[in-house]
Design a binder for this molecule. Structure first.
Ligand code: ADP
Length: 298
């Protein structure tokens, strides 16, 4: 089975539900508490696995209860966790999410995710050599992402980068990216071009191509995606669905896209798989619980 190596983050999302935000110094009685497996790396790994790919996760957790639970859940999803390193002196990454009314306020503690190093990438060289695609995001240190891109290039493997959360990229990284997949916010930050529709997305995509990226795909939420690659520029509209929660839409899209590409699909066909998966995802609540399985995508 074709194999994806995800070099990325693993978090526990801690969700506090409350009727309003507390004032500084105030203690409030809230309405509920939930924990969800998260982290962009783990979400994309789970999405690709549920959509039928063989996935290896390269990441770090702490030697704590969250780390053990997250590793167990990934394994349960069929993701190979042999390359998830347990770091002794630091905690597993968490996102503390306070939801009040329709708003949320989030504090992310990267913890062990920031210990995923170039040395981890070097140690996993044979896994990357045996992979078909390497996929990364920006919740792990930039030098690690750069090392992953270079290792992929060394072994002739496509490197896909989802530049999220939005952050500038080192110039040296662009030429090692085969496929860059930002959303509107990320594309705007990277290019300085305000991306809000297919036309502005194509302009931003062209400017990213000029920096040395081979192909660019900008996700536009309910407006679908703008693609620019060897076959030219095009806009592929999203499915029209009743969205109830767009959490993990991007992660599901990227997991599906990557799963399609490693199966040998052409770009537009792989995008279609990502779009079908993410359209289903937005009709359900939550992050990982809303990611569909291949059998649901008829
Ligand atoms: P992110 O979550 O990273 O901001 P987007 O919101 O751009 O990512 O969504 C990624 C993909 O998910 C879109 O390209 C689209 O295919 C799908 N999607 C997102 N929102 C919707 C929606 N409301 N209806 C249908 N598809 C959607």
């Amino acid at each position: 089975m074709p194999k994806i190596v995800v070099v990325g983050s693993i978090n526990m999302d801690l969700v506090v539900l409350t009727s309003r935000y507390p004032e500084i110094g105030e203690t409030l009685t809230g309405e509920g508490f939930m924990t969800f497996a998260g982290g962009k790396g783990a979400n994309q790994a789970v999405a690709a696995s549920r959509l039928g790919s063989s996935v290896v996760m390269l990441g770090c957790v702490g030697n704590d209860a969250f780390g053990r639970e997250l590793s167990a859940r990934l394994l349960n999803e069929g993701v190979d966790t042999a390359w998830v390193d347990v770091i002794e002196e630091v905690e597993t990454g968490v996102a503390a999410i306070t939801v009040a009314g329709g708003d949320n306020a989030i504090v992310v503690i990267p913890g062990a995710n920031h210990r995923l190093s170039e040395a981890h990438v070097q140690a996993a060289e044979r896994v990357i050599r045996d992979a078909d695609v390497v996929l990364s995001q920006l919740e792990v240190p930039m030098p690690t992402v750069l090392a992953a891109a270079r290792m992929a290039r060394k072994h002739g493997k496509p490197f896909i980068l989802n530049p999220a959360p939005a952050s500038a990229l080192p110039d040296a990284l662009y030429s090692s990216i085969d496929l860059l997949v930002p959303n509107e916010t990320e594309a705007t930050l990277l290019t300085g071009i305000t991306v809000r529709d297919p036309a502005s997305a194509e302009e931003a995509a062209r400017s990213l191509l000029a920096r040395g990226v081979r192909s660019v795909l900008i996700t536009l939420g309910a407006n679908g995606v703008a693609v620019i690659d060897d076959a030219g520029e095009r806009h592929l509209p999203a499915h029209v669905v009743k969205a109830v929660d767009t959490t993990a839409a991007g992660d599901t899209f990227i997991g599906g896209l990557t799963a399609g590409l490693v199966e040998g699909m052409a770009m537009d066909e792989a995008v279609a798989l990502g779009q079908r998966a993410s359209a289903l995802c937005v009709t359900r609540h939550g992050a990982q619980p809303s990611i569909p399985y291949r059998r649901e995508i008829a």
